[in-house]
Design a binder for this molecule. Structure first.
Ligand code: TYD
Length: 254
């Protein structure tokens, strides 16, 4: 880890300069935060699982033509990605009412929404990631109209694809957060899916029991957090039936 120059340390990941210009190494930590950093903790093995889960989801999305920053996984906790300029928005997609939607609008948690909703929050920790509208986004130049159109198109495709993928393994994709970046490639600029997609940034409910299989177990002190992340990975087919102990190099889980 010390070989490379650290570019940025976030709540759940560290970014290092990649081996070639225009590349970055994403290192996944076990650290977990919630409620805008007010709650902090560690979920053992989370970084290893999120690295694998995000790799799988980004790869599958790439296969259906969604441009992503993902290049390849390097090891248990690191993946190589394209360097992009992050568009400072958290794009939230909701299929079922939960979390702040339920709190703000009094919609009972678990209500299936008649249509998927996209919300935007400005990525600004000091302001507590406030929700913003397309008007704010274009007025303040965080993204152009054209970029927002592209973001909406990609987001709806990502949502449809992921809903189906999770449904196939008995999981309801309640809501999730994604981020996009601008990839400068010669004279060309493309909006690409960036950051990660993992149980840190999704609400995933078991279809039979409605049990939560995501970071809400940490947020709400529900226990069995590690087990929930492992179960998602197991159902996605990236964890041996017998658990993470059987993964090559499993000491890195600690
Ligand atoms: P939301 O209900 O708005 O907020 P919270 O998670 O604080 O209750 O979250 C909707 C989804 O987006 C949920 O799956 C968590 C994810 N999300 C993040 O990953 N990071 C964020 O900063 C926010 C606001 C949401």
């Amino acid at each position: 880890m010390n070989r490379r120059k650290q570019i940025y340390e976030g709540k759940a990941k560290v970014l290092f300069q990649g081996p070639e210009p225009g590349t970055i190494v994403q290192y996944f930590k076990d650290d977990a935060t919630a409620f805008n950093n007010k709650k902090k903790g560690t979920i053992t093995g989370k970084g290893v699982l999120n690295n694998r889960i995000s790799e799988l989801l980004m790869t599958r999305l790439g296969e259906i033509g969604i441009p992503t920053h993902f290049i390849k996984r390097l090891n248990m906790r690191e993946q190589l990605v394209r360097e992009v300029e992050i568009i400072p928005l958290e794009v939230i997609v909701r299929n079922i009412a939960a979390g702040t939607l339920s709190q703000r609008l009094g919609i009972e948690e678990g209500t299936t929404l008649p249509r998927s909703i996209i919300e935007y929050c400005l990525k600004n920790d000091a302001l507590g990631d406030p929700m913003v509208t397309e008007e704010h986004i274009s007025c303040f130049g965080w993204a152009t109209h054209q970029e927002l159109d592209e973001i909406v198109n990609l987001t709806l495709r990502i949502n449809d694809f992921l809903c189906g993928l999770f449904q196939g393994i008995g999981i309801r994709l309640v809501d999730f957060k994604i981020e996009f970046g601008r990839w400068y490639n010669g004279d060309d600029v493309r909006v690409v899916l960036a950051d990660e997609i993992s149980p840190d940034s999704c609400r995933l409910w078991d279809m039979k029991t409605n049990e939560k299989m995501d970071k809400d177990r940490f947020r709400r002190d529900l226990g069995k957090v590690e087990e929930a992340y492992q179960e998602v990975a197991r159902r996605l087919g990236i964890l041996p039936e017998s658990g993470p102990g059987d993964m090559p190099g499993s000491k890195a889980m600690q």
